[in-house]
Structure formats: structure tokens, C-alpha cells
Design a protein around this ligand. Structure first.
Ligand code: CU
Length: 142
């Protein structure tokens, strides 16, 4: 009788740990999810004072991209491609600013945007804080 009770108590404890592990696995950023569909291509753009590198990108319609933007500068930079974002499917819109026009990056910050371009064309890329200094670019969707 004395051994029976601890064994019984162990079962819900284990089930609880398994559930906690499962929850932890789901919370890991970058874990396979709806945001990272099969065939996703990664593109990396860095921001510094005062430019995008590269500042010309070519995407293809209907292809899922993970647009990885790294701010390696000492100032705040924005990756603003408002018209492209408007005409695309964005799988994680909460990474954008409230107007859904740009990624805002503090110095040293990195953000990933999951985007599927839907409309062909040439779209303006700009950092509204530093466009006067030439911090502009162009994204072509084919
Ligand atoms: Cu800037």
C-alpha cells in the first residue's frame, strides 16, 4: 500500500513535465512553424550609417522568403518598403510597426519578416530617417 501511492503520484507528474517540454519547444523562435513554410528562401540585409547592404533585391512572386534584417549600425534604422508589404502576404505582421510599413531596428537588433510577394513590380526601399543621406534601395518582384 505504501509503494502504491508514490507510483500513482508519479504519472500525473510525468505527464505534466511532458506538456511543459512541448510548450517550451513550441515557444522556441525559428522552430518550424506556419511562418517558415517549406521552400522558404532566406535573404539577409544589413543596415549601417547610412545604407542598406545590399540595397537592391530581386524576389519572385509566390515564393516564401524570410527577410532577415540586421542593424549593425550605431543608430536606429528602419527598413521601410510600405508598397511591397501592402501587396504581399506577411505571415508575421506583428514584427512590423503598427502602420505595417516598416521594420524598426535598434542598434544591434535583428528582425525576420516572413513574406510572400504577390504582385510584380519595382518597390521603393527607404529608411525614412536617413533617406536624405542616401539610405534608399529598390526591391524588384518578378
Ligand atoms: Cu537609417
Amino acid at each position: 500500500m505504501l509503494r502504491f501511492f508514490p507510483k500513482q503520484a508519479r504519472v500525473p507528474l510525468l505527464a505534466g513535465s511532458a506538456a511543459a517540454l512541448l510548450l517550451a519547444a513550441c515557444a522556441v523562435p525559428g522552430a518550424a512553424s506556419a511562418a517558415d513554410p517549406k521552400g522558404t528562401k532566406q535573404l539577409t540585409v544589413t543596415t549601417t550609417e547610412s545604407k542598406f547592404t545590399p540595397n537592391k533585391l530581386t524576389l519572385r512572386r509566390g515564393i516564401p522568403y524570410r527577410l532577415h534584417v540586421e542593424n549593425r549600425g550605431k543608430e536606429m534604422h528602419e527598413f521601410n518598403a510600405a508598397d511591397l508589404f501592402k501587396s504581399s502576404k506577411i505571415n508575421n505582421p506583428t514584427v512590423l510597426n503598427p502602420d505595417k510599413t516598416e521594420l524598426v531596428l535598434k542598434p544591434g537588433e535583428t528582425k525576420d519578416l516572413y513574406i510572400i510577394p504577390k504582385k510584380a513590380g519595382r518597390f521603393r526601399l527607404v529608411c525614412p530617417d536617413h533617406d536624405w543621406a542616401g539610405m534608399t534601395g529598390e526591391i524588384t518582384v518578378e
